[in-house]
Write a protein that binds this ligand. Structure first.
Ligand code: ADP
Length: 346
């Protein structure tokens, strides 16, 4: 039996590109074993990065074709394993090592109350005795500063670090503090990530139990960058009970899962209306209870009623949990904060 050339096999496999990773199997150094016997049988072991995990069948076929086209090969056996680490990922850094439990707060689309929920939850967690920070990373629509009624620019300490504001028991930092009002945020993609990383490194948070990070709506570079640069412990999705919002939030949840960020659950905002006269709960969007959690396959961490006092408080810089500590809305936020604290184990 004529000999099979290993070099030919390598050359052919150098033309097979790993789906999703844009690099050939050979250049990725993915060949982990290559056995050739005298009867023309080739047994090849290949390792691919995580990006290829959903295209293994397609890849296997290409490998078989590539190897079979080498002279004297009669039979090809392929064994592919997936390396959990995606190709090309930047080495993980933790830019906020003094924070025990960073939590991302995301939503599928804007206007569902993500910033309102982040603000009131942060204050509620602090009222339970935790050390809490809140970072407004919603670069496109930073509204945390307004909700906290903070108008000044942050100070820089002698270490050249930005000092967060402390209000209502929470340390607050927002890019909104550094932007002039009406500044168009033209940053996109890599520039935005750089800005965020710089920003994370430059804030003097001190020791914190929780840092809530208010994300821009949707799925994008910020989420990815944070997952690589912060040891995120959990994510919370905010949604309203309407279906459209749910569809969007599903995508955001899938993105968290892909980034290996544990999704703690969903906070359903504008869930129901409490009649001011009789105290009855009216579920405006559905019968007598909403099923957001079931639809998303996630635990519901809290249901926050719709109440004009929430908007008024937000506009005035006096969040409802501070302005109306006895209201049903405040109770809903405190209960949600307790559940989050329970789940986090702090
Ligand atoms: P997002 O951060 O998702 O864009 P915001 O938190 O800025 O949303 O909320 C959008 C608007 O809806 C704000 O004016 C806010 O005051 C108001 N709002 C949010 N939640 C409620 C609620 N439960 N009841 C009434 N108004 C709300």
């Amino acid at each position: 039996m004529a000999k099979i050339s290993r070099i030919d096999i390598y050359e052919n496999l150098d033309k097979v590109i790993i789906p999703g990773a844009n690099i050939s199997i050979v250049k990725y150094k993915g060949i982990r074993g290559l056995e050739i016997d005298d009867n023309g049988n080739v047994d090849i072991k290949i390792e691919v990065p995580k990006q290829a995990e959903n295209s293994l069948k397609e890849l296997e076929q290409k490998v078989v074709e590539a190897v079979k086209s080498v002279e004297n090969v009669t039979n090809v056996k392929v064994n592919i394993t997936v390396n959990e680490k995606p190709y090309g990922t930047v080495e993980f850094k933790n830019l906020i090592p003094n924070v025990k439990f960073p939590i991302l707060i995301g939503s599928g689309k804007g206007g569902v109350g993500k910033s309102t929920v982040s603000t009131n939850l942060a204050i509620a967690l602090a009222s339970l005795g935790h050390k809490v920070g809140l970072l407004d990373a919603d670069f496109y629509g930073p509204s945390i500063a307004m909700m906290f009624g903070i108008k000044d620019e942050p100070k820089v300490n002698d270490k050249e670090k930005l000092v967060p504001f402390e209000k209502y028991g929470v340390k607050v930092m927002s890019l909104g503090f550094l932007l002039e009002e009406d500044t168009p945020v033209i940053w996109r993609g890599p520039l935005l990530m750089k800005a965020l990383n710089q920003f994370l490194e430059d804030v003097e948070w001190g020791e914190l139990d929780y840092l809530l990070i208010d994300l821009p709506p949707g799925t994008g570079d910020i989420q990815l960058s944070l997952a690589q640069n912060v040891k995120v412990r959990g994510a919370i999705a905010v949604t309203t009970p309407q279906d459209v919002a749910l569809l969007d939030v599903k995508k955001a949840v899938t993105m968290f899962e892909k980034l290996n960020i544990p999704v703690m659950g969903v906070v359903e905002n504008m869930s129901y209306f409490v009649c001011h006269n009789c105290g009855t709960k009216h579920f405006i969007f559905s019968g007598n209870q909403t099923d957001t959690g079931d639809k998303l396959g996630l635990p519901v961490l809290g249901r926050i009623p719709i109440d004009s006092a929430i908007r008024e408080g937000g506009d005035r810089g006096l969040p409802i949990v501070v302005g109306y500590p006895e209201s049903p809305v405040t109770k809903a936020f405190i209960d949600t904060a307790k559940l989050i604290a329970d789940k986090s184990g702090l």
